[in-house]
Ligand binder design. Structure first.
Ligand SMILES: Nc1ncnc2c1ncn2[C@@H]1O[C@H](COP(=O)(O)OP(=O)(O)OP(=O)(O)O)[C@@H](O)[C@H]1O
Length: 464
């Protein structure tokens, strides 16, 4: 993004440091790149090797006036320019417009008014010329300042360099995958691949080949040799998400591979040695699953060498403003939308909210706000529109599920949701009518044939 040094953001010129500071902060909060100048001379000096995408200048300053600067910019076809001044007389205003200003802000102005003027002026300016680069926040950065997150950072720092397997636990959407990536990035394996696999999203009959690959002809449809995730991650890190959902038979296979450090592809005879660090994650209580006989204790011991527990967002509310501002700015950048910022009241209200879907839910809320909130400043009323739909009904759970499945790039989301809907309704109706199909069908408002068909379909799929 070096080209930004040529056309470099928004320049603010004012001899009043206070005005400069407040305006610059507001624009930076909105994700814009800003440079500040105390007089026209220093702008002239800067113009030697850069030009502003937008200039906002005061009129009366010690030395040269803002209007003289405006003349120069117009001569060089640099613009647009917004003029601001405490002098609102017709002569000054008219002179500014005559000199080519696109807007005039009478001081004192409120920040929303200034931001709206900036947005208007930027309508034709390429987005990339004004958006602040965010080098300090790579897309996978794990953000947080709260005490629990600092503890997580400390643990990551301590164990990243070792080759120990790590188990990351925490509710859905708390950032388990980001922790896995951070462990990889901070380790000597960072130049090798980081490969993620969501065990719960892959049908159990395909999971083995997904993990270990297969040879041509290993099963119907296997037309060529395919490398599994273990091979893809060679030398690097393999992130196994939702490990608690792994079928027992595959747990046994995985355990053998972890113990021996080698495996066969499905249908293969060649023994393949592997050097992969495993980071596993689960939102379930793995110990409880071991007690219930659903998870192998010996596999748990292998994976759970170091445990990193991610606290839910409600236990680190002080991170919410930071995260929300980050998500709002990156959504605007990614979706090529005009930058927005939160009002203080809106941020406060967000920080008090419960997010059952944790950071992912907060992120989705911010993305929705970036798209649907109408002004440049997000107010508490905007939150109501997009987020305060009464919680606790089943569509919330469905939305959480869909957002999660979409985030993981899962397949056949609609079909799976419909199947789940049918199954739940059918089971509930059959239970309510003591297994009487006709009564269940009537209660659901469907025909008996439909019920029988759906029942059949749901049974067949569950068997597979
Ligand atoms: N501390 C954080 N800083 C920045 N972004 C975060 C943070 N925690 C989570 N996120 C973002 O929230 C979303 C969910 O995070 P992630 O996928 O890592 O959660 P998870 O715990 O693995 O969820 P699941 O259990 O559903 O797989 C991602 O888009 C991620 O980038």
């Amino acid at each position: 993004m070096a080209k930004h040094s040529d056309t470099s953001g928004i320049w603010i010129v004012d001899d009043d440091r206070g005005v400069r500071f407040v305006l610059a902060e507001a624009l930076r909060d909105a994700g814009l790149a800003v440079r500040e100048f105390g007089d026209a001379q220093s702008v002239r000096a800067a113009l030697r090797d850069a030009t502003p995408a937008l200039l906002i200048t005061d009129v009366r300053m010690p030395g040269e006036s803002g209007l003289a600067l405006l003349d120069e910019l117009r001569a060089r076809q640099i613009g647009p320019v917004i003029v601001m001044s405490a002098y609102t007389d017709v002569a000054t205003t008219a002179a500014a417009y005559r000199a080519g200003a696109v807007d005039y802000l009478a001081k004192p102005f409120d920040l929303d008014q200034a931001l709206a003027a900036v947005q208007r002026a930027l309508a034709d300016v390429p987005h990339a010329d004004v958006v602040a680069e965010m080098p300090s926040v790579p897309s996978h950065a794990l953000l947080g300042e709260s005490a629990p997150m600092r503890e997580v950072f400390r643990l990551i720092g301590r164990v990243a360099a070792s080759d120990l397997n790590v188990l990351v636990t925490g509710e859905t959407g708390t950032g388990k995958e980001l922790v896995a990536r951070a462990l990889h990035e901070e380790s000597a394996r960072r130049s090798k691949p980081f490969v993620a696999l969501n065990t719960a999203a892959i049908p159990s009959e395909l999971l083995e080949s997904e993990l270990f690959g297969h040879e041509a002809g290993a099963f119907t449809g296997a037309t060529r040799r395919v490398a599994g995730r273990f091979e893809q991650a060679e030398g690097g890190t393999l992130f196994l998400d939702e490990i608690g959902d792994m079928p027992l038979i595959l747990q046994t296979r995985l355990l053998r591979v972890l113990a021996g450090g080698e495996f066969y592809r499905v249908g293969g005879r060649e023994l393949i040695r592997c050097n992969v660090r495993i980071v596993a994650a689960t939102h379930q209580d793995l110990d409880a699953r071991v007690t219930a006989g659903q998870f192998r204790a010996d596999l748990k011991h292998r994976l759970d060498v170091v445990r990193i527990e991610l606290p839910p967002l409600r236990q680190r509310r002080s991170d919410i403003p930071l995260l929300a501002q980050h998500f709002l700015a990156s959504a605007a950048q990614e979706l090529k939308l005009p930058p927005k910022r939160f009002s203080k009241a809106a941020l406060k209200s967000i920080a008090q909210r419960d997010f059952p879907g944790n950071v992912r839910e907060l992120e989705n809320l911010c993305r929705r706000l970036a798209v649907i909130a109408s002004g440049t400043e997000i107010l508490p009323a905007d939150l109501g529109k997009s987020a305060e739909a009464p919680r606790g009904d089943w569509t919330d759970a469905l939305r959480d599920w869909a957002e999660r499945a979409l985030a993981h790039g899962e397949a056949d989301i609609h079909t799976r949701a419909r199947e789940a809907l049918d199954r739940v309704l059918l089971e509930a109706a059959l239970v309510a009518s003591d297994g009487h199909r006709q009564h269940a069908a009537t209660a659901l408002g469907v025909g008996r044939n439909t019920l029988t068909r759906k029942l059949g379909a749901s049974r067949t799929r569950r068997k597979s």
